[in-house]
Write a protein that binds this ligand. Structure first.
Ligand code: SD4
Length: 335
């Protein structure tokens, strides 16, 4: 099911209530929509896989890798690759919405439990941007490659160059071009980046974040997703966080690093996600016009997630259950 549809259906059917048995979560009584607030007092259970939005196939893949004894790094890479390969997902990898010139460009990054980081930004023609990011981390003296250099590196490493613009995304772009209006859209497909955090049974954490970025962005625009500390941050001593939504706002507040640092000071993942959202809304009167969502986990195996507006969700695979859970949110006004 398309995510947008799923989110609509989820809030209509009160899926938050249906998923309330997830370890680490308790239901907050609200009529519409049902939301779940993670509760740090619940028991830890490893491993844990969490992902932004409804990405149960991706979390299932990561889980499967962990069951095979693979590392959290392998699990997180293989997990997000599911979304990168899914042409129906118009916000990640192949099939992503293009920039305003009709070219699909990808940003992705990965971090391991040693604090190593690799990333590519504004890369064209390669579906599995996360795997290129991993190669940057594992096989170069650098951490971040951009544009043509990233693409060239990928091809040298054996990645296949292909056209990432599908008919559906081309059609959407052609329709958009008639008005060429650039404005962020809340919870529509252009805010469906996948950020994933995995803690294996030993408590080691890895994370990845991959996206085609904001739909119809300016040529050369890079968002938060591949930028360390903004779209993703992992500190194996403390925990990890990842972001989705309007990248400019995440970048300005270095959101994922902020969340990990707040957890270092003793905040729960839930409170830390809430504080990171509060920082954005306090500084930006236009917060009603855009969405940002964060998910986080800490070393104890507690999780948190929070967004500015309703409609955000987190997929949690824990205790053999793979569930998509509606997030609590800041803006409770009706307008
Ligand atoms: C960006 N944060 O490029 C990304 C967009 C996003 O779901 O999250 N899309 O700004």
């Amino acid at each position: 099911m398309k995510r947008r549809k799923f989110i609509q259906n989820a809030s209509l059917s009160g899926i938050g209530i249906a998923t309330a048995t997830i370890a680490g979560a308790c239901v907050k009584e609200e009529k519409e929509p049902a939301v779940v607030v993670p509760n740090e007092e619940n028991a830890r259970s490893l491993p844990i896989v969490i992902g932004t939005w409804n990405v149960t196939r991706a979390t299932a893949k990561a889980w499967e890798m962990l069951q095979q004894g693979k590392s959290s790094l392998d699990a997180v890479e293989q997990g997000v690759m599911i979304e990168e390969a899914d042409e129906k997902n118009q916000t990640v990898g192949k099939g992503g919405f293009p920039d305003r010139d009709g070219i699909v460009t990808l940003d992705a990054c990965i971090m391991n439990n040693q604090g190593d980081y690799g990333a590519v930004v504004a890369m064209e023609n390669i579906t599995h941007a996360v795997s290129v990011a991993r190669k940057v981390m594992d096989e170069t003296p650098h951490v971040l490659l951009a544009g043509n250099g990233a693409r060239q590196f990928a091809i040298e490493k054996g990645f296949k160059a292909e056209d990432l613009l599908t008919e559906a995304s081309k059609k959407a772009w052609e329709k958009w071009k008639k008005k060429s209006e650039y404005k962020p859209i809340i919870n529509i497909e252009n805010h469906d980046t996948i950020g994933m955090l995995v803690m294996d049974k030993n408590g080691d954490i890895s994370g990845a974040c991959t996206t085609s970025g904001a739909a119809y962005k300016m040529r050369g625009r890079v968002g938060d997703s591949a930028i360390i500390g903004s779209g993703l941050f992992v500190d194996n001593e403390i925990g990890a966080a990842t972001a989705t939504g309007l990248g400019e706002e995440v970048l300005k507040t270095v959101g994922s690093f902020l969340i990990v640092e707040l957890m270092r000071q003793g905040m729960s993942p839930q409170k830390a996600c809430e504080e990171a959202i509060h920082r954005i809304v306090k500084k930006n009167k236009k917060y009603k016009d855009f969405q940002v969502g964060y998910i986080a986990l800490n070393k104890k195996g507690e999780i948190g997630f929070y967004s500015i507006h309703k409609g955000f969700s987190c997929t949690v695979y824990q205790n053999e259950e793979n569930k998509n859970v509606n997030s609590d949110f800041y803006n409770k006004t009706k307008d």
